[in-house]
Design a protein around this ligand. Structure first.
Ligand SMILES: [Zn+2]
Length: 293
């Protein structure tokens, strides 16, 4: 993991989850912490070796791969910042596997570190707008959709957009991206599209035309999923039956319970969007089925 300096004082640490550092006058603010303590430990060491004192960390959303390492920073006394209710989830991470398992006590597979992070305490709640941290000036950007209250961080021309955008490289590996709310995801994408330099949570750093291209492809994929879900409601089907059809159509291989449940959440989000548009309704025919109105 070699850091890349994007503009003076702003670095990306590329990895399974891209982490960020913004520094000024000897202090550093971290963006996201990674899945567990290994990247968090390396980032801290790098900052100290560069003569930077860790000042705070901004956690973009309550998915284990983005905040799992934050408990280590909390132990070292670093204040952690997050939005609400993402921060509440980070303090009570057992809710992530419970939500994925429809509120029931979760299947043991969901208790791995990929869906159950160690808890961390949030020092300050963040809302959209400018933020001064010591001599570091940045802007918190609301990017809901992938998660209920996901945030991004803008500094100069750079936007750390977390999972508001999955670039083509990631979409080809995960054809059904996790989505909590379609209309939020689509409007957040318009914010991402305006940035000159975008650091997504996963995949390569994007610049200028690459940003527009990747946002276009991601928007097309979300709309394609919604269209495929709508097509499948000609005859009433369960969400799981619709998922099987959409996965086959997009070549998504759902090989674990976790992958299946993550993709099912996206299908349910598409169904909610179609219900809100008056196109689909839920019917109870022994099972909970979805059909066109
Ligand atoms: Zn995520």
């Amino acid at each position: 993991m070699e850091p890349i300096e994007l503009i003076a004082g702003v670095w990306v640490f590329p990895g399974a989850v891209n982490l960020g550092v913004i520094a000024a006058e000897g202090r550093a603010v971290f963006i996201d912490a990674g899945l567990d303590d290994s990247a968090a430990r390396k980032l801290w060491r790098w900052a100290e070796e560069a003569g930077l004192k860790p000042h705070a960390a901004i956690l973009t959303h309550a998915h284990a791969d983005h905040f799992g390492g934050a408990y280590l920073w909390e132990k070292r006394g670093l204040p952690l910042y997050a939005s609400e209710p993402e921060g509440a989830m980070m303090e009570n991470p057992e809710f992530e596997p419970i939500f994925l398992f429809s509120g029931a006590s979760p299947h043991p597979e969901l208790l791995s570190k990929f869906t159950l992070a160690k808890p961390c305490r949030i020092s300050q709640t963040l809302a959209q707008g400018p933020l001064e941290l010591g001599s570091i000036s940045l802007e918190i950007v609301a990017l809901p959709g992938h998660a209920p209250a996901q945030i991004g961080v803008r500094v100069g021309p750079v936007l750390f957009c977390a999972d508001a955008l999955f670039p083509p490289e990631i979409l080809s590996k995960h054809p059904i991206p996790f989505c909590h709310d379609f209309s939020g995801a689509l409007s957040s994408l318009r914010n991402v599209e305006e940035a000159e330099v975008v650091v997504p949570g996963h995949g390569p750093i994007l610049r200028n035309a690459e940003v527009r291209g990747a946002c276009g492809e991601f928007r097309d994929r979300l709309e394609q999923i919604k269209d495929l879900v709508f097509q499948e409601t000609t005859n009433p089907k369960s969400a799981e039956e619709i998922l099987a059809k959409v996965a086959a159509e997009l070549g998504a291989k759902l090989q674990t319970i976790t992958e299946f449940l993550l993709a099912r959440t996206t299908i349910l989000a598409a169904l909610t969007a179609l219900v809100r548009e008056g196109l689909v309704e839920a019917v109870l025919e022994g099972n909970l089925l979805w059909r066109r109105r």
